[in-house]
Design a protein around this ligand. Structure first.
Ligand code: FES
Length: 169
């Protein structure tokens, strides 16, 4: 092969250089967009740290709403996010903590706020109903039970973690 074949013309050199610089800049712009798009997917599998919510002695067999905050770190931004849970004790003394987020379209459910259903959770947005244990009532809009918070009780204090679909918490 002659030496001539190895020579890169000025035009080729410029092409290679501009393609390289362009590719580098495009990657710089695309990476944050890709990360932004897949971040929620990655986060979904991350377990929320357990945070203190209430004293076990405050709990009864009647669901009560407790509001609390969790620390959220989103890349370089730290914030406190509000959360709520309906917490009660089952007949055998287990602590049950349910998410108030309706599984239909995400409104907030309330305990016993519908006069016709005094022992159920009620979602006012589209008349969704849930049993006390969080199971959705058939023939109302929600198609799944309320999410259940992972929890622990230590030294009489109740700590909650992530809200997960019933059966996974
Ligand atoms: S959002 Fe709760 S019933 Fe529709």
């Amino acid at each position: 092969m002659s030496e001539k074949n190895h020579r890169v013309s000025r035009r080729q050199f410029l092409n290679y250089t501009l393609t390289g610089v362009g590719g580098f800049m495009a990657a710089g712009m695309l990476m944050p967009m890709v990360r932004f798009a897949i971040d929620p997917v990655l986060k979904a599998g991350v377990d929320q740290e357990l945070v203190y919510v209430c004293e076990e002695s405050e709990l009864t067999t009647e669901p009560q709403r407790f509001d609390f905050k969790i620390e959220q770190v989103d890349a370089w931004y730290e914030s406190e996010e509000p959360r709520s849970a309906w917490i009660f004790k089952s007949e055998n003394g287990d602590v049950i903590a349910l998410s108030p987020v309706c599984k239909h379209l995400g409104c907030t459910v309330n305990w016993a706020s519908d006069e016709a259903n005094p022992n159920r959770f009620f979602c006012p947005c589209h008349y969704g109903l849930y049993e006390k244990n969080g199971d959705n009532v058939p023939n109302t809009p929600p198609l799944a039970p309320l999410d259940v918070y992972t929890h622990k009780v230590e030294d009489g204090k109740v700590y909650l973690g992530s809200a997960k679909p019933k059966g996974e918490a």
